[in-house]
Design a binder for this molecule. Sequence first.
Ligand code: DX5
Ligand code: ZN
Length: 217
Amino acid sequence: MSSKLAPSILSADFSKLGDQALEATRAGADYLHIDVMDGHFVPNISFGAAVMKSLDPLETAPYDVHLMIEDPDRYLGDFVTENTAFITVHQEACVHLDRTLDHIRSYGVAPGVALNPATPLGMIEHVLDQVGLVLIMSVNPGFGGQHLIPYTLDKIRKLRDYRAKKGLDFQIEIDGGVKADNCEAVADAGADILVAGSAVFGRDGITDRVKALKALI
Ligand code: DX5
Ligand code: ZN
């Protein structure tokens, strides 16, 4: 079974955001990954809901929202649109994770939970039957263009095996450092959705790069 591709607009040319989001969509992107950073949870600021919503009039792939922010409950509603497929929060940012996942579900959106590379899978064991997506960070969040940390593939394999053993059905997503030369290994490890930022955007040739990655996974 083939994996899905979620290009991250973090690496897009923001002066051409609509065109680039549409180009990635038409080339076969399954989701648009929306990286929101607050300068507190991660050491960088990206953009907020207004930028994401500027894409609403276009027929882009569904939004896969990745909130790298503290106190995400304050802002969840801002990211709910007809095109929002997932809203993912970080376990490390949620003192009351169970409640926050409920809050996302109350909007009719599938909740996701993300783990930083060093956070063990056990931290989310008890909520795995409540989520539509588990996002395994394969870099320390905050910046595009970093190298994939190899041990995170073991986390993906363990999570895939655990999901099968328990009969659960969330999607497994990997985020960070995914490129043409490692995407097959990442997909083989068990990632259902691969995020790719700098491997897709930032220069001409978005269509070719999306198609090349999709063909590999
Ligand atoms: C990292 C972000 C990632 C990032 C991926 O903090 O969550 O989604 O943009 O970018 P690449 O693919 O360039 O590592
Ligand atoms: Zn992300």
